[in-house]
Design a protein around this ligand. Structure first.
Ligand SMILES: Cc1cc2nc3c(=O)[nH]c(=O)nc-3n(C[C@H](O)[C@H](O)[C@H](O)COP(=O)(O)OP(=O)(O)OC[C@H]3O[C@@H](n4cnc5c(N)ncnc54)[C@H](O)[C@@H]3O)c2cc1C
Length: 611
């Protein structure tokens, strides 16, 4: 009967009538010359103080660029209780003295034969870049400290075959390999273990950056692991698609890095976190290749080793490509900002919104501290805008009864078909009203959302003004979110006071990425460090105290930053002895020689079994 059916050969197509695989043209690999060596981001972008004493962002990449921010320095002074003057800065000592490379001669020979001279580097600056990520300690030590160990060489494979040869050569010559994506991790994941005596080779995936194919009917793309987020997003958009994965580091982080760190994007409500986006992973490990013959939406075929690559942080092998879920570009993207009288109202709003079935792609609630920080980044307002600002403030405080010292702000991004966006907006506005919310407009919402990409540059801008500031994050169930935030803030203030540090601490939070069961919380914490000896350690001690508080309040060790080396000491507190032993046995089975010896997540002594 089926054979006689008139439509039996009708091909499925996408809305544009396409079927069959699209093979996008390759794009050039990352150019390190465009990137700063001693601070975050692009060389052409950075905050500076102009001749009028206002802060500006150079370059033209972000919304904030070239619009003087006259309130930022005042905010820094008030928040930290310190002076910020361009003539009182801690001068950078970059470049630091670098240890000499110790390259295994036969491994080097093999690499030169395989990759040619332009596929191998022993240049100091290149090695330095590959031996660090973006933690504050790493940046501080590059500018003011000492570098004791870094990769001895960097190799650039051109294909998965090259990656296999590199791993084989490393096994043969007993060389340690550390995979490198975009170098944006914030867990010391790329920091080389000082005790590693073998040659360390950083394997940079920059040249494995192609979208191999796009399947428009089944909405899958196979992408090489070194593809950089922003470039990948632009390329998919050219063909009418998006992966929807937007971490704040999208300008520099890579697909392989996202998988290896269990990353989460700002629009995860609509598109999912990386583990939901990835359908299949190809990886080269010392025990062979991990791959699947067919790509299917879901498979019940026993435990799945490819899932072990998620969150593996470079310790099991090299992810070479992945098949990921893609989506047609949204018909519409709309923004909004909503103010609430206090944090509890905003959290109740987010909780109800999650249960509405029409959650926007992104919802982020800035606490009062974070709200004022956002205000400090606004450009100067003059004329009508200034008058309108005054009027709005008057209505907000005098008519609507908002207190500037307790209010909080929520930014929302609605995305989807027109009908979906309308449904999301209707749900959000109705729920906000029930919780006393006041709409602050689309432009505030968009600005709040886009601000994040530029904010990343602030930490390294204020470091020479004797300020150390860093972010850390967690996730927690709904019923403990408010309490966790409060306790962490209280703890940071107490730790700061106990150490009799100068000035005041910065501690503020954003409640974001809501789930059915809970929410992620993202903190910014900072100290003023003039006259403080070993300020990085002092800062870390305070952050660790905050981490203890997070764990005490039922929070996760990390929501998306990961473990690396910075948090591995906490693993025995959150995992049972048996769980840690499983992890160790998997590592031994896959990589008994410890070729992937970066030391991330490595816990030699499991400690107590109280978890
Ligand atoms: C300003 C800023 C904003 C950030 N925002 C977010 C955010 O919104 N969401 C989020 O999840 N994270 C965020 N991060 C953290 C970071 O961007 C992520 O952890 C990211 O996934 C790291 O990707 P990468 O390509 O830079 O990896 P890298 O830093 O190069 O590497 C990270 C780890 O993964 C391993 N690795 C990298 N590539 C591979 C591979 N192909 N195969 C095997 N192992 C590999 C490395 O060995 C290392 O252990 C942010 C960081 C910064 C500095």
């Amino acid at each position: 009967v089926a054979e006689e059916h008139p439509h039996r050969h009708r091909k499925l197509t996408d809305a544009a009538g396409r079927s069959g695989r699209i093979e996008p043209a390759p794009v050039p690999p990352r150019r390190d010359a465009e990137l700063s060596n001693d601070v975050w981001g692009f060389k052409d972008t950075g905050f500076f103080i102009n001749e009028r004493g206002e802060v500006e962002l150079s370059g033209g990449r972000y919304g904030l660029s070239r619009a003087p921010m006259p309130y930022l320095i005042g905010w820094v002074r008030d928040t930290f209780g310190c002076e910020v003057t361009p003539d009182k800065v801690k001068a950078s000592q970059y470049p630091p003295r670098l240890p000499k490379p110790q390259v295994h001669p036969r491994f080097l020979e093999d690499m030169l034969e395989l990759l040619g001279e332009d596929g191998v580097s022993v240049d100091g600056e290149t090695r330095l870049r590959h031996g660090r990520g973006q933690t504050q300690e790493e940046i501080f030590s590059i500018r003011y400290g000492e570098i004791t160990r870094m990769p001895d060489l960097v190799v650039y494979p051109n294909s998965e075959g090259d990656v296999e040869r590199i791993v084989e050569a490393a096994i043969q010559h007993d060389v340690c390999l550390i995979p490198y994506g975009g170098g944006t991790n914030v867990t010391d994941a790329l920091r080389c273990p000082v005790e590693e005596k073998r040659t360390i080779a950083s394997v940079d995936l920059a040249r494995l950056n192609h979208i191999l194919w796009i399947d428009p009917v089944n909405l899958i793309a196979r992408i090489e692991a070194g593809a950089i987020g922003r470039v990948l997003a632009d390329q998919l958009a050219e063909h009418g698609f998006t992966m929807g994965h937007e971490p704040d580091s999208i300008d520099h982080s890579t697909l392989g890095g996202w998988i290896a760190t269990y990353a989460s994007g700002m629009k995860k409500n609509r598109y999912g976190n990386i583990e939901e986006l990835v359908i299949d992973v190809s990886a080269v490990t010392p025990a062979g290749r991990i791959e699947r013959r067919a790509i299917v939406p879901r498979e019940s075929a026993g435990a799945d080793p490819k899932r072990w690559m998620l969150g593996s942080e470079g310790s099991l092998g090299i992810i070479t490509s992945a098949a990921v879920r893609i989506y047609p570009l949204p018909e519409e993207t709309a923004y909004e900002a909503i103010l609430f009288k206090m944090l509890e109202d905003g959290v109740a709003f987010m909780h109800a919104l999650m249960r509405s079935g029409a959650t926007p792609a992104s919802v982020r609630l800035m606490d009062n501290g974070m709200f004022h920080f956002g205000q400090a980044l606004r450009p100067v307002s003059a004329g009508i805008r200034k008058a309108r600002g005054r009027l709005e403030r008057w209505i907000l405080t005098k008519v609507r009864g908002f207190d500037l010292d307790t209010l909080v702000g929520c930014t929302l991004v609605f995305e989807g078909t027109r009908a979906e966006v309308r449904a999301q907006q209707r749900a959000a506005y109705a729920i906000a009203q029930r919780h006393g919310g006041m709409r602050a407009g689309a432009s505030s919402g968009e600005r709040g959302y886009q601000l994040t990409f530029a904010i990343a540059y602030i930490r390294d801008f204020i470091m020479p003004y004797y300020i150390l500031a860093e972010s850390f994050e967690t996730s927690v169930c709904w019923d403990r979110a408010v309490e966790l935030r409060e306790n962490v803030i209280r703890r940071v203030k107490a730790e700061h006071a106990a150490r009799k540090l100068p000035g005041k601490p910065l501690i503020m939070a954003r409640i974001q990425k809501p789930y059915h069961t809970g929410v992620a919380i993202y903190f910014y914490c900072g100290i003023y460090y003039q006259g403080v000896s070993d300020p990085v350690q002092v800062y870390m001690d305070i952050e660790n105290a905050a981490r203890e508080e997070i764990l005490r309040c039922g929070g996760a060790l990390s929501h998306h930053h990961g473990v690396g080396k910075i948090r591995r000491g906490y693993l025995p507190q959150v995992m049972s002895k048996a769980t840690l032993e499983w992890t160790r046995r998997i590592k031994r089975a896959v990589d008994g020689q410890n070729i992937f010896g970066c030391g991330n997540q490595q816990v030699d002594d499991p400690g107590s079994d109280e978890a």
